[in-house]
Design a protein around this ligand. Structure first.
Ligand code: AOF
Ligand code: ZN
Length: 347
């Protein structure tokens, strides 16, 4: 691993601490390095608040003021910053959003060298931050660990480059490859997997099922077994099979019903609502139409080793997509597939 990659890994590690608190903003981490010494660290901690660079520079200045860097021989913190390199996992922003532009701060602080993980696809930034740095005569090195930096914020990147939410297809299948029985509500996965699914619900902006699944399973689609929020509930109901009294209509969380078969219409609506991700929980027909349309970024399969459903509804046919990881939860196995290449920080 090169020096740049090592410090960029640290940025990613810090960035991941913002998981669950910064969406729909990206998770971003930054470190300031003088020679081989990390003199400051920071990350974007909370949506609407200071960006990673701000925390990182403040950290270095505070530690300088506390005398921690006295032995380095700099008269003031400014001189130390001017001799240091800033590493940041996403291009410093150029725009006035909820906070002022980080690129301006970096210039104002006299930092001379910036190593950037990946360009920011957000239209208001998208190269403009790097331009600002270059025009100020700052040396910029970009990209470093680009694939990992994108994978950590794959919802954010997909949303801004494909103009649709990041799509996660999820199902649980029996040992003999079935996801249920026609017209029946059947539990395929175990209690630990159920808890994991609720964690997954807490991590995504929205959750989608087909109308027939809503009718047969009557799922609440809320997150009840993991700390954190519930996603926006969505039902694709072209046949109008939903009836009052179903859990998705109970008002426990907001619900949108789409009386259409057109997946792209749903995805455009989610883009308009700034929902950066959608978890599709079934049924088989809806999952299969997402796969047929090439509309997926991640597939998560829970496979029971003990439950058998002879004569059941076959699970969707898996398309070719790289397996990122698999693990066991009791006698269930969880498989996560995605084309985003990552070597860690699967946030
Ligand atoms: C950075 N460093 O740590 C983050 C950045 O509304 P604002 O001001 O919070 O701006 C949000 C946008 O800023 C977000 O869409 C993304 O493009 C960028 N996020 N940029 O320089 C950071 N979190
Ligand atoms: Zn910024």
């Amino acid at each position: 691993m090169s020096t740049h990659e090592r410090y960029m890994r640290r940025c990613l590690q810090l960035a991941a601490l913002g998981a669950g608190s910064v969406a729909p903003n990206p998770m971003v981490g930054a470190v300031l390095v003088y020679r081989d010494l990390v003199i400051g660290e920071g990350y974007h901690q909370r949506y609407g608040q200071a960006h990673a660079e701000v925390h990182c520079i403040r950290d270095a200045e505070e530690r300088f003021a506390a005398g921690q860097w006295a032995n380095l021989g700099f008269a003031d913190a400014g001189a130390l910053l001017a001799a240091s390199t800033l590493y940041v996992s996403l291009e410093p922003c150029a725009h006035h959003g909820k906070t002022p532009p980080c690129a301006d701060l970096v210039v104002a602080k006299g930092i001379r060298r910036v190593v950037v993980g990946v360009r920011d696809p957000f239209p208001e930034v998208n190269g403009k931050g790097i331009d600002k740095l270059l025009r100020a005569g700052i040396e910029v090195i970009c990209p470093v660990l680009e694939e990992d930096c994108m994978a950590l914020n794959r919802r954010f990147f997909t949303f801004h480059t494909k103009h649709r939410p990041y799509i996660i297809l999820k199902w649980a299948q029996s040992a003999d490859g079935c996801i249920g029985r026609e017209g029946q509500r059947i539990a395929v996965s175990n209690a630990w997997s159920k808890r994991l699914v609720h964690r997954w619900r807490s991590e995504e902006a929205s959750i989608l099922v087909g109308g027939h699944t809503a009718r047969v399973d009557d799922p609440a689609l809320t997150n009840r077994y993991w700390p954190g929020p519930s996603p926006l509930r969505l039902v694709l109901d072209p046949d109008g099979v939903l009836t009052p009294g179903m859990k998705v209509l109970d008002g426990e969380a907001p619900t949108v019903v789409y009386p259409t078969r057109d997946l792209r219409e749903v995805l455009s609506d989610l883009h308009r609502r700034s929902a950066q991700s959608v978890l599709v929980e079934g049924g088989a027909r809806l999952l299969t139409s997402f796969i047929a349309g090439g509309l997926f970024d991640e597939i998560r399969v829970i496979r029971s080793e003990t439950v058998h459903l002879p004569g059941g509804i076959p699970a969707p046919v898996m398309p070719v997509v790289p397996l990122q990881r698999s693990f066991a939860l009791g006698d269930d196995r969880v498989f996560i597939y995605s084309s985003f290449v990552t070597h860690g920080y699967w946030g």
